[in-house]
Design a protein around this ligand. Structure first.
Ligand SMILES: [Zn+2]
Length: 194
C-alpha cells in the first residue's frame, strides 16, 4: 500500500510538488486508490480538487465514481488545459481516467507540480489489445511515484494486468464496464484475445 512520504499538512509557500500515477487494468481498483489518497489528504486539511475528462459519462457527471460506489465529487473538463485554470489555490489535484486526455496532460501535470501541488493521476496503462495507452506511459515517466494495481483474472483467479474486451468492437475507446470487459492475467489474455 502506498504511504505518503509526507502530507505537507502545514501550508507553506515553498512547498515542493510531486506527481503520483496510479495505473492498472480495468477492475484493478485504480479509482478506489485515488479516492483513498484524496480522502487522506482532506483529513490532513489540505484543499483537494478532482477532475476527469468529460468523455467519461458512464456515471453521474459530477462524481468520480468507482465500482464500489465510494464516490467523490469531481469536475468534468473537456481539455487538460482546463485543469490549470480550475485548480486554483488547491493543494492536491486528483485526476481520474487520465488516459482519455491528450498529450497536453503531461505539460499540465508538470506545471501543477512545479507550482507546489501534489498531483495524483489514475488511468488505464494498457488498451484492449495489451498496448500502452498514451499518454499514461509519459505520465509514468515524469512521476515521482508510480503504483501499479492489479485486478483478478476472471478465468483463472490469478492476478490480472490486462483488460479483455468481450465484444468485437475495434475502436480504442469503448466505454462500458462489466458487460464489455473482463480482467485477465497474461496467459489468459493472450489465449482469449480476438
Ligand atoms: Zn488467468
Amino acid at each position: 500500500m502506498f504511504i505518503e512520504p509526507s502530507l505537507n499538512s502545514r501550508r507553506q509557500t515553498d512547498r515542493k510538488g510531486q506527481i503520483e500515477v496510479i495505473c492498472g487494468s480495468m477492475f484493478s481498483g485504480k479509482t478506489e486508490e485515488l479516492i483513498r489518497r484524496l480522502n487522506r489528504a482532506r483529513l490532513a486539511r489540505l484543499k483537494v480538487e478532482i477532475f476527469k475528462p468529460s468523455v467519461d459519462k458512464r456515471y453521474h457527471d459530477l462524481d468520480v465514481v468507482s465500482h464500489n460506489e465510494n464516490s467523490i465529487r469531481s469536475t468534468p473538463v473537456n481539455f487538460a488545459g482546463d485543469i490549470l485554470l480550475l485548480a486554483g489555490d488547491c493543494d492536491v489535484v486528483g485526476i481520474d481516467e487520465a488516459q482519455f486526455f491528450d498529450e497536453e496532460i503531461v505539460r499540465v501535470g508538470q506545471l501543477l507540480a512545479n507550482k507546489g501541488k501534489r498531483v495524483i493521476m489514475a488511468g488505464l496503462d494498457m488498451d484492449f489489445e495489451g498496448k500502452p495507452f498514451e499518454p499514461m506511459p509519459r505520465l509514468m515517466a515524469i512521476a515521482e511515484y508510480v503504483t501499479k494495481v492489479r485486478a483478478i483474472c476472471m478465468k483463472c483467479g490469478d492476478l490480472a494486468a490486462f483488460s479483455l474486451r468481450l465484444s468485437e468492437a475495434k475502436e480504442k475507446v469503448v466505454l462500458g464496464e462489466k458487460e464489455s470487459y473482463e480482467a485477465r492475467c497474461r496467459r489468459c489474455f493472450f489465449e482469449d484475445k480476438k
